[in-house]
Design a protein around this ligand. Sequence first.
Ligand SMILES: *Cc1c(COP(=O)(O)O)cnc(C)c1O
Length: 446
Amino acid sequence: MLFIDNVAAMAKKYLASLDDFPVFPGKSALESLSRLDVPLQEEPVDAADVLFLLNEIGSPATVRSTGGRYFGFVIGGSLPASMGAKWLATVWDQNGGLTVTSPIASALESITGKWLLELFGLPKESGFGFVTGDTMANFTALAAARHALLLKAGWDVEAKGLFNSPEIDVIVGGEVHVSVLKALSMLGLGRERISRIPVDGQGRIIPAKVSVTDRPTIICTQAGNVNTGSFDDTGEICGMRGANTWVHVDAAFGLWALASRQKRNLVEGIGLADSWATDAHKWLNVPYDSGIVFVRDRPALYAAMSASAAAYLPDDASREPMHNVPEISREARGVPVWAALKSLGIKGLEAMIDRNCRQAEQFAAALTEAGFTVLNEVMLNQVLVQFGDAAHTQQVIRAIQEEGVCWCGGTVWQGKPAMRISVSGWRTTDEDVRRSIVSILRHANA
Ligand SMILES: *Cc1c(COP(=O)(O)O)cnc(C)c1O
């Protein structure tokens, strides 16, 4: 058998096990990990033996988050076409940084970026980049913002750095994701010198509390709160812009609501912003790691990310991946995103988003009917539920995780400990939801 057939057989077996439980690996699988903790040996080991060992110890110690009953964080699974495309791209081993190192990687990035701008209804002239995740998408967009605002103030930040530069005010919502704060801190914009705007009961910025001057200002809004699934009113906030305001949207999973005719109203006005960060590895169900950034001011993106500090902006046709992202050499990141979109089509994507939202409603309805408190308005794919007091809620979460029919995590929402259910996987069937509800209620009522 060819080496690759061996790997395929292991992958096939793993995929066939996705419906089993526990969703989170058990104690013995985790204890076996210590068998890998040995000194690196002197002699080579045959590739087949390396893979055998990896599969034997590694596969049981994975979280079955790509299966149908993982509802922790906002994770998403991995669509077959996308997983296969990523696999093939790994076999190709392309350096996706430049067209000359991989024409196919470069072409698929350009095509996929155009598809997404069209799908989301974002400005056609926007630049885009394929990065590791939403955190780097936030970083890249905010670097473009920093460039554009300081250029207007007469300062070349890429050349001169931030010492003695004009200041940039930063405004975020009280529910800003740490990812944005991390990006701000890496950019020298500081995570503590920012203004936090109060939010409402669903975590949305209260627009009346935002006040903008004509000083260089970045406002970061959020589309899709990790707890409630709520959206800041980016459209209204864009209407409050001063002469030197850049509005950035952290839309890690919320941007995909634009693919749904039922949910699109939640994201209204988002296209008025200046930049958008999202993940493909969450709701598009692309394997890790995959984030995407869009920037209306393409020259600003280029200036912030270009390695060569060239004064000219290449035309669209000669787009080079590396001049739109922090990395130079990297994987052919557009390939699995292209494959996911190609396999779903516009209708399949909408159906997946709508199905997950409907399944979240099913969870909420069953939990409410059983007498438990759902803390959020279930407007998207996120459900927050409380099982009595804090101690009991924690205890129920632990019991559900230990049984392993499904996996949900704990969170704290506006001071209240809760269990969070995030429905973001293409594989989740209504039967998965039913089985999970049975498990959750069994422990909640115990
Ligand atoms: C997941 C998430 C992030 C972080 O994204 P990564 O892909 O983990 O870097 C940031 N903001 C929001 C709203 C998220 O849901």
